[in-house]
Design a protein around this ligand. Structure first.
Ligand code: ZN
Ligand code: ZN
Length: 453
């Protein structure tokens, strides 16, 4: 039953959404966009690829990304960016000012997960460390944030080398602690809004188990809100042979876990959706000792504010009432492990980015996706400045592997983010993410070309 919180975390509910990625709705093409920034050459990709493999082999847990942040900062210095380090602990912000024009914020997250990698790749991680609960753990880049870092490195270099082709300011943000929901908040609390120029748009992308080279987009809500809680239930310890002397927190916890299953089935309308997962259930050490407490860690996903409020209230009500029903000596203690807002894509800004993707990649590689029950803290940047956000996904599964799984009806069996055997294929995933970031940024900072006027 015991499971680390991150294993059950962000992208885990996403697989069922892949197959719905087929609604290729045409986008308006009258936007003034030109694919002026060149795509990455093989030579240019060689260095980010080497750095990707190095970061993959040397992953760092959330809010501990010192080595990765140092690599990002060094890279930005080399490309001529003004670099600010240690923003919200290990965050790095690079500014490239290139005359009057829009400011675009390009964000990559840097953290890895407490997972033991089983990809068998030559650059697989064998690193270990200590997680935020003080537990020793293996560490792996099983969510692909190492790829996000490499994408942003490639894009920042091409922007730096092609300053004649664009106008404005690029703000490259290497963010810590996405998995735990701490990083964006930490950077904002460290003065992001006051210390750096206000962006016209904030842009971010995530690698996903789609066919490599595919881009997935969505207007409005693309990712769910995520709430994680730790709950301690209190009982009274006693000898295992004398239950009458105890208040058994194991039975209390078991009963609460079963009752929590009714929140989604009985309190959420059929037309809405939610997830309530108990990812950690821990109590006792010995078969003949009734412990005095039990620990639960829960993860809750919702797509609407009103549903979120109702589900959180129901979960709390049930845990309080189960403690009361068991005669607990005191009410449960609740602590918030993480809070992720809904990830909402601005309509006009998404149209603009998608039109640029279609120009760059062709309509066949760009598709609308359903909202996913994964969560992100990227939206906090757009909210902090009150500017539009656009978040999209990039496929990382080998094209043939994906096509075969699709034919066999086995897409759900492909490794997904947070699985120990998940890692994107380098080609064409690395190139696609660099190009996608440049295409989206270019929609704001490149002059309209003759063909688009
Ligand atoms: Zn992720
Ligand atoms: Zn993740």
């Amino acid at each position: 039953m015991k499971m680390r919180i991150a294993d059950a975390n962000l992208w885990s509910g996403l697989k069922s959404n892949w197959r719905q990625l087929l609604d290729k709705r045409p986008m308006p093409t009258d936007l003034h966009i030109t694919p002026a920034l060149p795509g990455p050459s093989g030579d240019l990709l060689a260095k980010p690829e080497g750095i990707y493999q190095d970061i993959h082999a040397n992953p760092e847990l959330s809010m501990q990304e010192h080595r990765t942040a140092n690599i990002a900062a060094t890279w930005l210095h080399e490309q001529g960016y003004e670099v600010t380090e240690s923003v919200g602990s290990t965050g790095v912000v690079g500014l490239l000012r290139n005359g009057d024009g829009p400011v675009v914020l390009l964000r990559a997250d840097m953290d890895a997960l407490p997972i033991k990698e089983s990809t068998g790749l030559p650059y697989a991680s064998s690193k270990t460390g200590t997680d935020r609960f003080g537990q020793a753990t293996s560490i792996a880049h099983s969510c692909g944030h190492d790829m996000h870092v490499a994408w942003l490195m490639g894009a920042t270099r091409i922007l730096s080398e092609n300053r004649k082709l664009w106008r404005g300011t690029v703000m490259a943000v290497f963010q810590p602690g996405e998995e735990t929901g701490q990083g964006a908040r930490a950077m904002i609390e460290d003065g992001m809004v006051k210390r750096f120029p206000k962006p016209d748009v904030t842009l971010a992308q995530h690698v996903m188990p789609l066919s490599a080279g595919q881009i997935g987009w969505r207007i409005g809500t693309i990712l769910s809100a995520g709430d994680s809680w730790e709950v301690t239930l209190f009982g009274r310890g006693a000898h295992g042979s004398m239950p009458q002397k105890s208040i058994d927190p194991v039975v209390m916890a078991a009963s609460a876990v079963m009752r929590l299953q009714t929140v989604v089935s009985r309190e959420v309308a059929m037309t809405d959706s939610a997830v309530v997962t108990v990812g950690t259930m821990s109590a006792g050490m010995n078969e003949n000792i009734i412990p005095d407490r039990a620990l639960l860690r829960l993860n809750i996903r919702t797509f609407k504010d009103e549903v979120r409020k109702r589900v959180l209230a129901a979960v709390k009500r049930i845990l309080l009432a189960e403690a009361e029903a068991s005669g607990a000596p005191k009410p449960p203690e609740f602590s918030v492990l993480s809070e992720f807002p809904l990830t909402r894509n601005d309509e006009a800004a998404t149209h603009k980015a998608v039109a640029a993707f279609q120009l760059r990649f062709g309509a066949d590689r760009v598709a609308e996706i359903s909202p996913a029950t994964a969560s992100e803290d990227f939206g906090l940047f757009g909210t902090a400045w009150n500017v539009p956000s656009v978040f999209w996904v990039v496929g990382g599964i080998d094209h043939t592997t994906y096509a075969n799984a699709q034919k066999a009806g086995k897409l759900d069996e492909l490794p997904a983010n947070h699985a120990p055997n998940f890692a994107p294929v380098l080609d064409p995933t690395l190139k696609t993410g660099v190009e996608a970031m440049l295409a989206a940024a270019g929609a704001w900072i490149c002059e309209p070309g003759p063909s688009a006027a």
